[in-house]
Design a binder for this molecule. Sequence first.
Ligand SMILES: *[C@@H]1O[C@H](CO)[C@@H](O)[C@H](O)[C@H]1NC(C)=O
Ligand SMILES: *[C@@H]1O[C@H](CO)[C@@H](O)[C@H](O)[C@H]1NC(C)=O
Length: 188
Amino acid sequence: MGNQWITFLIALLFSAVAEASHCATNGLPVVRNISEIAQDNYGRPGLSHSTIAGSVIHGFKEVEVWLQTFAPGARTPIHRHSCEEIFVVLKGSGTLYLASNSYTKYPGSPQEFRVFSNSTFHIPINDVHQVWNTNEHEDLQVLVIISRPPVKLFIYDDWLMPHTAAKMKFPIYWDESCYQTPPVKDEL
Ligand SMILES: *[C@@H]1O[C@H](CO)[C@@H](O)[C@H](O)[C@H]1NC(C)=O
Ligand SMILES: *[C@@H]1O[C@H](CO)[C@@H](O)[C@H](O)[C@H]1NC(C)=O
């Protein structure tokens, strides 16, 4: 038996383990009831997140879709990522902070955009941004579509932090429990 066989058997073992958990990538029903998809705040106060279609969780390759609700005052970290991201605002309103100039050493003062129910907005690749429910009275609910999952975040403490100092967050909060480090070739 060659190394390839051993690698194959290890891969088989990993897929069996994955199938046994809630992170299964096989057998996803074609139609699912969104109300029955797991939601959690994943340690982020004021957030309710559901992965509708995920790369790590469901095995989707090209896109990932999230449904998120931000309580009044809740917000994303200031961050960037090298994927396309499109938001559809289903309920509420809030503010998008977007620093478009990625040619400087740090994001700098962001532009502010008011976003509202039935609006859509997109984040250009690698632009530093933050979505904030600045409406004191209402939840902000958004559908989020990202390309090239799984997403690798780079998080900033503030808008003056150098791009090179932003901290990488991978896997993202809601992928942590399902993410498996690709098996390393065992040299014994
Ligand atoms: C979807 O799930 C919710 C919550 O369990 C339930 O109340 C609703 O009836 C379901 N919808 C359908 C069409 O099954
Ligand atoms: C959003 O669009 C839907 C469908 O066109 C419409 O029924 C609803 O009133 C709109 N909501 C707001 C807040 O504009």
